[in-house]
Design a protein around this ligand. Structure first.
Ligand code: GLN
Ligand code: ZN
Length: 764
């Protein structure tokens, strides 16, 4: 038997309806009823799409107003007590209180937010302590089941599994191991499953993506006992794994007391042979054959042969699905007019993926002799496969010049000509900077004026010349301000950039952009990742004009500002027809050309931002080494085409680095700036203990808040920094770029930073 389903659907709506409904509700422009009506409408539309695609189940429980993990916190009754919720607050008030930190009477910091595995989706972190208790609050879920029932189609409820829910939470008591809560949590899941059975639900999908991590053995040892009590609740359980291989415990998963197992055949195909061997044939095997993390049309022949393999191995019931929730891809790409015409047919968003599932299922059914495979279907299949093959063969994707250049990279292309010590001496001679030089990370406030300027240029209301005049004016103001307050190394302010990846992608060959390819990042926030479809090259310089102009306004060093190869890769949808490492190298060469052109234009300092360097780490530590090697090499290739005197900076944020310090050092940037203020310089301690060899600029104030720091605070932080890093290697800068801040607070904060630095210098 063959069935089809999805693990989860996006929530925000094809036209970001939920985002706009939330924003209007938060502003007080609309009421709760209006918000909930939009949510109901979206659920209904999403279920109808699933029915139309011939899926055997509609998935219920994956919808959320903000974040599905936050929904589970309420479902399982473990709202942190620090919020001080009262009896008379509604569930919705408490919900927004937790996720936003401010709602009604609630005024405390929100739940922490962090990345959902290696995706760009952020979830709200549950908080656990020895006093955490779980109680079931299933009314919202049951209402949604009721709602779905009106569509008269079978339902599968999707939930985060107990191991994953605990793992994703954070212990809020020193030394407390949250695994100790499992024994309390499991009975609540059992109770929930029984209630779902009573509500007529026959299948529940429990997502356990943590099974693709290097889980500590104590956690693995508890899998069986966690799932045993869920066995006799009256519903069947599909255990869903995704994002990475379950190697090491695949056999255990096959034996767990559940009714089915979902395997990610895009990211963890290597698990399939074992699962085919070890999963008892009476259990359901769900195959994630359509990529839920990327946007390329599926090779249906290939997917079909995987499904065939499952039947050949004796499996009685096979389900097909996307590899993971469709949360991570845009709704629809086949009608997006912004995408290059030739590339558009190669793509698949949610709706196109549903069509693929439909076609696959029909094909398998025909194969099993259940239905006929008629000519219309055969034609659809053929047309689809033709598009897949067109992409493979298209000259748009393959650029021989790029290939040749990569094949013939000279030895040492990723090495500066001299050791850091030699470079440092030459750079000191050249720039003659004071001790503790001050700088910023690149962007200055993106004012309404700047956004307006860019929008008018995009719409054609301004010609190139008028737009450039406007941008020059912004740069002039930024430079004048930096000189006035006495910063040592200046930046142009990035007024011409909407986004640090899109800006470069738009100027590189091999990229295209959608108009509406939004993907939820967190809550009401969405991003629109560029689509990297082919060999990357740089037809023209991308930043030379702006940077040269900015340098012409000052005698101080002007730092050129680029986005690095790993970050461009990480924040785009990238091709799946070659290793990510190859794509990274191609981008690296394009960035390298830009770096060399900047140097030739007289720019002596160039920053190559890599904020996504750390988030590129694979989920399994056994794969870290390989990633770190090619990622660092890509960075070094981009940075190594310049003379010793040219100073290469890099910037990273949102990161802990302690476990990859040797790899950060291996980037061999002359200067790295990092986010440290919120950790009170603790992050810097690791660099000190490791004896990080090159120069480093620990962020001295948090740019995420409008608060202007006090001079004494900064002096204290700088002194703390000097305790762990030799002063001659230290720079002083904010944590990150200032684009989300307003000018008023930016001016004051940077002034305080410069004064605090001057005071500290006087003491040295
Ligand atoms: N140069 C960028 C900026 O200042 C860096 C942004 C980032 O680290 N995310 O905005
Ligand atoms: Zn940053």
């Amino acid at each position: 038997m063959i069935k089809s389903h999805v693990l989860g659907f996006p929530r925000v709506g094809e036209h970001r309806e939920l985002k706009f409904a939330l924003e209007s509700f938060w502003k007080g422009d609309s009421d709760e009823q209006a918000l909930l009506a939009v949510a109901r409408g979206l659920r209904k539309r999403h279920w109808q799409a699933q029915i139309a695609a011939g899926l055997d189940f509609m998935t219920v429980g994956d919808f959320t107003l903000y974040d599905h993990v936050a929904d589970h916190i309420q479902l399982l009754g473990c709202e942190p007590t620090r919020f001080g919720f009262t009896e008379n607050q509604t569930a919705l008030e408490r919900y927004f209180g937790m996720v936003r930190g401010k709602s009604g009477h609630v005024d405390t910091h929100a739940l922490e937010m962090t990345k959902w595995f290696d995706t760009n989706y952020h979830y709200m972190v549950p908080e656990f302590s020895p006093s955490t208790q779980f109680t079931l609050h299933a009314s919202r879920l049951l209402e949604q089941i009721e709602e779905a029932r009106s569509l008269a189609h079978p339902i599968k409820v999707s939930l985060v599994g107990p191991l994953t829910f605990l793992w994703l939470g954070k212990s809020k008591a020193l030394g407390f191991d949250r695994l100790a809560l499992l024994d309390q949590l499991v009975p609540v899941y059992a109770q929930l499953l029984s209630q779902l059975a009573k509500a007529g639900v026959s299948w529940v999908q429990l997502d356990e993506p943590v099974l693709g991590l290097d889980l500590p053995s104590e956690w693995i040892a508890r899998c069986e006992s966690a799932y045993q009590p869920l066995k006799s609740t009256g519903v069947k359980v599909l255990l869903a794994t995704y994002f990475s291989s379950t190697q090491g415990h695949t056999s255990l998963l096959c034996k767990l007391p559940v009714d089915g197992l979902h395997v990610d055949c895009c990211r963890a195909l290597e698990d399939l042979p074992q699962v085919l061997d070890w999963l008892p044939n009476y259990k359901v095997l769900s195959l994630g054959v359509v990529d839920g993390r990327n946007i390329w049309a599926t090779d249906l022949d290939r997917a079909h042969s995987m499904i065939q393999q499952a039947f050949d191995s004796g499996k009685g019931e096979v389900w097909i699905a996307p590899s993971c929730s469709l949360l991570h891809v845009p709704y629809r790409l086949s009608n997006d007019a912004s995408i290059r015409d030739e590339v558009r047919p190669w793509l698949a968003g949610v709706h196109e993926k549903l069509d693929e599932l439909k076609l696959l299922k029909m094909r398998v059914e025909a194969h099993l002799g259940k239905t006929n495979w008629d000519t219309a279907q055969a034609q659809l299949w053929q047309a689809h496969q033709t598009r897949v093959h067109q992409r493979q063969q298209s000259p748009l994707v393959h650029n021989p010049a790029v290939r040749t250049r990569l094949a013939e990279l000279p030895a040492g292309v990723d090495q500066r000509s001299s050791h850091f010590n030699t470079r440092q001496a030459k750079q000191q001679d050249k720039f003659n900077l004071p001790m503790l030089p001050t700088t910023t990370i690149g962007s200055f406030p993106q004012t309404a004026n700047i956004r307006h300027l860019r929008a008018r240029f995009r719409k054609g209301e301004l010609d190139r010349h008028q737009y450039w005049q406007g941008i020059q004016q912004e740069i002039r103001q930024a430079v004048e301000f930096q000189e006035r307050i006495g910063l040592d190394v200046l930046v142009h302010g990035e007024a011409e950039r909407n986004d640090m990846v899109e800006y470069f992608g738009e100027q590189l060959e091999g990229f295209t952009f959608s108009a509406n390819g939004w993907v939820q990042s967190y809550g009401s926030r969405c991003v629109k990742p560029p689509i990297l479809f082919g060999d990357v090259s740089r037809p023209n310089p991308m930043t030379v004009d702006v940077t040269r102009f900015a340098q012409s306004l000052t005698d101080k060093p002007m730092k050129g500002m680029l986005t690095g190869p790993v970050t461009i890769l990480q924040w785009s949808f990238v091709r799946d027809d070659q290793p990510r490492s190859d794509t990274a190298l191609q981008i690296a060469l394009a960035v390298r050309d830009e770096v060399c052109d900047l140097e030739a234009a007289g720019i002596g300092m160039i920053q190559i931002d890599e904020p996504a360097f750390r988030e590129g780490l694979p989920l399994r530590t056994s794969r870290w080494k390989e990633y770190l090697q090619w990622a660092a090499r890509a960075f070094r290739i981009s940075a190594s085409g310049v003379a010793d005197e040219t100073q290469i900076h890099t910037h990273m944020c949102y990161s802990e680095f302690n476990d990859i310090l040797p790899d950060i050092a291996a980037l061999d940037a002359d200067v790295i700036t990092i986010e440290t203020s919120r950790s009170d310089m603790e992050l810097l301690r690791g660099f000190g203990e490791f004896a990080y060899p090159n120069e480093i600029g620990p962020g001295v104030y948090d740019i995420h808040s409008p608060r202007v720091p006090k001079k004494a605070e900064l002096v204290r932080l700088i002194q703390k920094a000097i305790e762990v890093i030799p002063a001659r290697n230290l720079w002083i800068n904010p944590d990150c770029g200032l684009k989300t801040r307003a000018w008023a607070e930016t001016e004051q904060a940077l002034k305080v930073m410069v004064e605090a630095t001057a005071d500290t210098r006087a003491l040295l």
